[in-house]
Design a protein around this ligand. Structure first.
Ligand SMILES: Cc1cc2nc3c(=O)[nH]c(=O)nc-3n(C[C@H](O)[C@H](O)[C@H](O)COP(=O)(O)OP(=O)(O)OC[C@H]3O[C@@H](n4cnc5c(N)ncnc54)[C@H](O)[C@@H]3O)c2cc1C
Length: 411
């Protein structure tokens, strides 16, 4: 239940108990900060779908750093699929199986495939272990910042005060709106229908990530299939003049799931949603008084190709906690403000980098340019005898594999 009247002042209030807000609170606790989370939803909410399933090794390492054991716990619950496979119009153009063993001394895998709901469950469990309170049913509707700190207002005159606030309240962030920061960017042209199905435990499918260009079983649309712990993500790219509703409900939905995964999976659909992806970044990740720090989808939204959303949100969260810790221990307000600015510049730079990378993947998939379409066809032809062409087709849908530069420890 929401708490009434004025609450004790905190060093840090995190707004939003999504994966990024939970991570931010854990990172603050690792710095010894007094932190609490305000969440709009009730505690018994049901979060939709699997959403983020691909967690990069770098993310697991951040989680392990801020709470020893947490990265390993995520990896232990997830799975690493060993095989990457790509087809073009019904013909296999690439297939390779890789070792799933960890590639460095951390013992953590280079990625794990875990539904976001499960990742959030582990993050909540960690918060409970650390004594981090989540105050449910507490939507923030007003934000007032000054050189001294932040006042947050709830809908029934609740008032909270903090030295610093981390805005982790998602794509429609009230915190961002309240501090007057706008998003800049664009939206994808094509729609994507994304469905989760549960695995058939009696006869599981082979653990392969499959991309099928122009799959003839679904009228030549592109299809991505990704296994995760307990199920599969199926992603259908609609053609530009498709009505996505035809593929996201009833018989239309069952028909394409049945075509790409097999008829038994048409009965195992657990979630479906239709997207046009926003590719937007906040103009600034802080306010005029350098007291609010925006992280995760409150700061940026990307198309999911390349899995840069939650992964970069976790990096934002760690950086925000580090910047606040340095600001709180600094005796000079100007130095403290400069540190928050450095956070904003660095993580905004990372967000722009990630947006550009996701745009490369999105433009490639939408295939608007003739040159891109010709390259795909030429590569599919050449892949019959030249493996690098198939490998290019296999990696291109996810955009560049590089990560944005960071300057850990600068603030
Ligand atoms: C189909 C799909 C696939 C994806 N796949 C991947 C992937 O593989 N890898 C990856 O890294 N990312 C992926 N993403 C992105 C990932 O899901 C998001 O980046 C992630 O959920 C963002 O987390 P967040 O904590 O910033 O925001 P959210 O998860 O939106 O959480 C925000 C929280 O704030 C709360 N809130 C909102 N307003 C208020 C308020 N006024 N006051 C208090 N609380 C409030 C909300 O109730 C919510 O709990 C995918 C997304 C989609 C849609």
């Amino acid at each position: 239940m929401a708490e009434n009247a004025q609450q004790a002042r905190r060093q840090v209030i995190v707004v939003g108990a999504g994966p990024v807000g939970l991570t931010a609170a854990i990172a603050c606790k690792a710095h010894g900060l007094d932190v609490v989370i305000l969440e709009a939803d009730p505690q018994d909410r049901v979060r939709p779908g699997s959403r983020a399933i691909y967690l990069h090794g770098a993310t697991l390492r951040v989680l392990e750093r801020i709470r020893p054991g947490l990265g390993h716990a995520m990896a232990g619950k997830g799975l690493v699929w060993p095989t990457r496979r790509t087809l073009f119009a019904g013909r296999e153009v690439f297939k390779r199986t890789y070792s799933t063993e960890p590639r460095d001394s951390s013992g953590l895998p280079h990625f794990t495939s875990l539904p976001q709901v499960e990742a959030e469950r582990l993050l909540h469990q960690t918060c409970a272990e650390l004594g981090i309170q989540v105050i449910w049913e507490s939507p923030v509707v007003g934000v007032e910042t000054s050189d001294e700190g932040v006042r947050l207002q709830g809908p029934k005159d609740q008032l909270w005060q903090a030295d610093y606030v981390i805005g982790a309240d998602g794509g429609r962030s009230s915190v961002r709106t309240q501090i007057g920061v706008e998003m800049e960017g664009s939206r994808s042209v094509n729609s994507f229908v994304i469905a989760d199905v549960s695995e058939d435990p009696d006869d599981p499918l082979p653990l392969e990530r499959i991309f099928h260009y122009q799959d003839p079983s679904v009228g030549g649309r592109n299809v991505l299939l990704v296994p995760f712990a307990g199920g599969w993500r199926a992603d259908l790219q609609c053609l530009e003049d498709d009505d996505p509703e035809e593929f996201s409900q009833g018989e239309g939905l069952k028909r394409w799931i049945s075509a790409v995964l097999g008829p038994r999976y048409a009965q195992r659909i657990t979630w479906v949603s239709t997207y046009q992806f926003l590719q937007v970044v906040a103009q600034s990740l802080t306010d005029a008084h350098r007291r609010v720090l925006l992280v995760g989808e409150a700061a940026h939204l990307f198309a999911p190709f390349g899995a840069r959303g939650m992964n970069s949100g976790v990096a934002d969260a760690e950086a925000a906690a580090r910047a606040i810790s340095a600001a709180i221990t600094s005796e000079d307000p100007a130095t403290a403000a400069r540190g928050i600015d450095a956070f904003s510049d660095e993580r905004r730079g990372a967000a722009l980098y990630n947006r550009d990378a996701a745009s490369i993947a999105l433009n490639y998939l939408q295939g608007k340019q003739l040159a891109t379409r010709l390259r795909k066809h030429a590569a599919a032809f050449a892949a019959r005898w030249w493996e690098p062409a198939g490998k290019w087709l296999d990696t291109a849908p996810y955009g560049p594999t590089s990560a944005p530069p960071t300057s850990a420890g600068r603030y």
